[in-house]
Structure formats: structure tokens, C-alpha cells
Ligand binder design. Structure first.
Ligand SMILES: Nc1ncnc2c1ncn2[C@@H]1O[C@H](COP(=O)(O)OP(=O)(O)O)[C@@H](O)[C@H]1O
Ligand SMILES: [Mg+2]
Length: 357
């Protein structure tokens, strides 16, 4: 037990170190997200030309899509230092004041999970973003006074997996918002081959395509699966990753042919078996698989929607006919899906934004 925990902790550290090693350092090395890259490049280079700090940048998108990587690239492209903090680390306005007041001119401040920042800090941030000023409150109650303090002009890069949770006034203060979407298999293939090169993994093109296809549209997962496939090839074969070998390894790690992992399948199975295909509310669905609502909503759902297996409707989550087929189940008689059929990728058509509960 102890040993198992040690191993997984080590694995985690190893994963993080490799994550860092595989991070592209320049915008040109950042694969995919064509539009985001081009827009961002314009924002950065026009600011450089004018000798000004660029507008604040908001990066929104699911876990592992490259938000932290882009934040680091932004600082590198600007030739400025990067300060990293996160929403949960800022519990009080004072925590934020401490960071802001020690920024150097032009520094890039990366605020990860910005939607989880404490409310009072948020208000301090508005002023800082707009006027490069903070009001430090001294004293309490009626005698409290706010002392304005100038801070160095900086560029805020905020990242969030849940742009919808950001208050309007905060969202409005970003001059540029990049929405990061799932990557196409072809883009992930490029990432897999690039990472294989950096890690010295021998992998043939068909195998790279297989790993890419099963990576849930997510670079971090592509890199992780590549390492698991490499492990398998080293122990069970001569180290060369072929397609058959990749398939065997991915099956072993419970990543199915569509790239669904255990959580994806658990959510889908619950939706089908326990709730007859829905509609069911997000929180009910999450409880039934023993997960936080946020995890189901941010991690599992977007991919299931993307794959055309699940739809979000005004009445709740609904399985598509493809979901029944994917798990090899027959819909009970009388269960008529509320729409004709959903081709993969059209799930968002049914996204009514709300849910039943
Ligand atoms: N566009 C990309 N091109 C190449 N590798 C990428 C790209 N985006 C992400 N990665 C890889 O995926 C990993 C996870 O990216 P990260 O920026 O940490 O995601 P996020 O912060 O959105 O969770 C990084 O280690 C990086 O190597
Ligand atoms: Mg990150």
C-alpha cells in the first residue's frame, strides 16, 4: 500500500517534470489552435512595436489544452519575467496586494484558475488591471482608510476552465480572450511525434496516429499516453511502438477505441443504465458516479459532447443514440431520443446552456 502510494507520487513528479520538458517555448512551436496563435501573435507584436505592455489576456479552455504553456510563451515572446500564482492561493485581498506591489515593470502575471479567486481580491484586481493601482485598506470599520498605491504596468494572463463563472466586470477587463478548443487528431499526431522525438521514443506513424486519436483531443493526455505506450513497448517488446502495440497498451490502460477513459465511460454508463438515457441533472449524474459536479462538467462532459455521445439540453443531460451503440446497449423500448440523430461533433447543437435540476 505504502509502496504503491510512493510509486504513484513518484510517477506524478515524473509526469510533471516531463510535462515541463515537453512544453513548447515559442509561439511557433505551439502546435494547432491556429486562430488563437495568430491573434495572440498580433497582440504581442503590436505591443512590442509600440513599446507598451500588451492588453491583459484571458485563456479559457479545458484542462491540458495548453493554457499554462501559452502563458509561459507570452512572457518568453515579450522577453519579460513571469510570475505565477493561482486563484485558490489568493484567499484575501492582501495576498493579491503582496503579489501586485512587487511586480516589476512589464512583468507577466499568470493567474491560473482565476475563477476561484476570493471576491474581495477580485475587486482589487479590477483597479489594478485598469489603472495599475491598488487601494490598500488600513484599519477597520468606520475609521478604515484606503491608501492608493501605484504598481508597475504589467500584463495579466488569466486562465480558467470555466469562463462562464467569471463575473462580467472581470471578463470585460481583458483586452483579448482566447478560447482553446479540443485539438484535431492531426494536430495531436504532430504533438505525439514531437514529444517522441524529445523523449527518444521510437514510434511509427500509424502508432502515433492511434495515440493521437485516443487522446481526447488533449495534448497533455497525448503526452501521457505516449509514455504509457513507451513503457509497454520497452517491457513487452523491443521498444519500437507499433500500432498493434499501442492498441494493446491503451486497452490495458482502459482507454477505449474512441479515446474514452474510465470516467467518461462511467458517466455514460450511469446516464444510460441508471437514468435510461436521461434527461438527468448534472449534479445527480455526478453523485451517481461519485465525482464532483465540476469534474464531470469540466473533464468528462465536453469530450462526450464533442464525440456526439451526450447532449446538454434545457431539461438535463441526454444520451444520444450513438452513446447506446458505443457501450453496446439497446435503448429500452419507448425511449425515443428527443432528436433524430447526432453525428459526432454536433452535440453542441443541442446545448441549451442550462440543466434540469
Ligand atoms: N499546442 C501545444 N503544442 C504542443 N504541446 C502542447 C500544446 N499544448 C499543450 N501541450 C503540452 O501539453 C501539456 C499540458 O499543457 P498545459 O499548458 O499545462 O495545459 P493547461 O494549463 O491548459 O492545463 C504541456 O506539458 C505541453 O507539453
Ligand atoms: Mg495549467
Amino acid at each position: 500500500m505504502n509502496e504503491e502510494r510512493l510509486v504513484s507520487a513518484e510517477q506524478h513528479i515524473d509526469d510533471q517534470a516531463i510535462d515541463a520538458a515537453l512544453r513548447p517555448k515559442k509561439l511557433d512551436d505551439f502546435v494547432g489552435q491556429e486562430r488563437v496563435r495568430e491573434q495572440l501573435s498580433l497582440v504581442l507584436h503590436s505591443a512590442l512595436r509600440r513599446g507598451r505592455t500588451p492588453d491583459h489576456v484571458l485563456l479559457s479552455g479545458g484542462p491540458g489544452l495548453g493554457k499554462t504553456t501559452l502563458a509561459m510563451i507570452i512572457a518568453a515572446e515579450l522577453g519579460r519575467p513571469l510570475r505565477i500564482t493561482s486563484g485558490p492561493a489568493i484567499e484575501r485581498a492582501g495576498d493579491l496586494a503582496a503579489v501586485l506591489s512587487t511586480l516589476s515593470e512589464g512583468e507577466v502575471l499568470f493567474l491560473d484558475e482565476i475563477h476561484r479567486m476570493a471576491r474581495p481580491a477580485e475587486e482589487m484586481l479590477y483597479l489594478a488591471m485598469e489603472d495599475f493601482r491598488v487601494d490598500v485598506v488600513v484599519g477597520k470599520g468606520p475609521g478604515a482608510t484606503a491608501i492608493p498605491l501605484d504598481i508597475a504596468p504589467f500584463t495579466l494572463v488569466g486562465a480558467t476552465t470555466r469562463a462562464g463563472m467569471l463575473p462580467g466586470p472581470l471578463r470585460d477587463r481583458f483586452g483579448f480572450t482566447a478560447h482553446m478548443d479540443f485539438y484535431e487528431p492531426g494536430e495531436l499526431e504532430v504533438i505525439v511525434r514531437r514529444s517522441a522525438g524529445l523523449l527518444g521514443v521510437r514510434i511509427d506513424d500509424e502508432a502515433a496516429a492511434e495515440v493521437a486519436f485516443r487522446s481526447r483531443g488533449t495534448p497533455r493526455i497525448a503526452n501521457r499516453l505516449l509514455r504509457r505506450v513507451r513503457d509497454y513497448a520497452e517491457v513487452r517488446a523491443d521498444g519500437l511502438v507499433t500500432r498493434d502495440l499501442a492498441r494493446a497498451a491503451l486497452d490495458l490502460y482502459e482507454v477505449d477505441a474512441q479515446g474514452l477513459d474510465r470516467l467518461d465511460r462511467a458517466v455514460l454508463r450511469a446516464l444510460l443504465v441508471k437514468f435510461g438515457g436521461g434527461p438527468v441533472g448534472l449534479s445527480t449524474l455526478a453523485v451517481s458516479v461519485g465525482e464532483e459536479s465540476e469534474t464531470v462538467e469540466v473533464v468528462a462532459e465536453p469530450f462526450l459532447v464533442r464525440r456526439g455521445l451526450l447532449a446538454r439540453t434545457a431539461r438535463g443531460r441526454v444520451a444520444t443514440p450513438a452513446a447506446w451503440a458505443h457501450l453496446g446497449l439497446t435503448p429500452p423500448p419507448g425511449v425515443v431520443p428527443p432528436f433524430p440523430s447526432a453525428a459526432p461533433g454536433t452535440g453542441t447543437l443541442f446545448d441549451a446552456g442550462g440543466e434540469g435540476d
